[in-house]
Write a protein that binds this ligand. Structure first.
Ligand code: TYD
Length: 143
């Protein structure tokens, strides 16, 4: 499925298949990853089947999200267009640019998510309330 949500796109990972010796997956800064990587984090240990993560957007941060084991679902929303994605392939990630509301759910127990981010952790870059997000992207209801 083509991604039409603003500031989002698929990332195809470079892959070297070493037959019985495994698969080498490679991304490089400014090649597959369209920003300078300043932070990386990974998420694992999905024991609770109803686990949900995300529920925020970033003002400036850019992220590249990969599911390197198992699977999970993601909802991305630019305030106008929403899309549901399934991440279940270590060689196909997703770029989430600034001002994209995203939620993650339906993680398999073996799911491992790797995130590459353009900047250090900064809580003031988060928008954690959906109405605030809509206002931020110019889509809030006028009262
Ligand atoms: P958050 O980004 O909200 O997680 P998710 O989107 O996966 O649900 O982060 C969860 C908590 O961890 C929050 O209190 C902030 C903290 N945190 C850091 O301190 N540093 C980091 O680099 C990240 C990603 C989160």
């Amino acid at each position: 499925m083509e991604i039409t949500v603003r500031n989002c796109k698929r990332i195809k990972v470079k892959q070297i298949v070493d037959e019985k010796d495994g698969i080498l997956s490679i991304v490089e800064c400014m090649n597959e990853i369209p920003f300078k990587i300043n932070r990386s984090f990974w998420i694992s240990g999905f024991e609770y089947p109803k686990a949900k993560r995300g529920f925020h957007a970033h003002k400036k941060l850019e992220q590249a999200i990969f599911c390197i084991s198992g699977s999970f679902k993601m909802m991305i929303d630019d305030g106008e267009t929403k899309q549901h994605l399934i991440l279940n392939n270590p060689n196909l990630g997703v770029y989430i640019g600034p001002q994209v509301w995203h939620t993650m759910f339906e993680f398999s127990t073996d799911c491992i998510i790797v995130v590459l981010a353009s900047d250090y952790y900064c809580e003031s870059d988060y928008i954690r309330n959906y109405n605030d997000f809509l206002h931020y992207v110019g889509r809030g209801k006028k009262i």
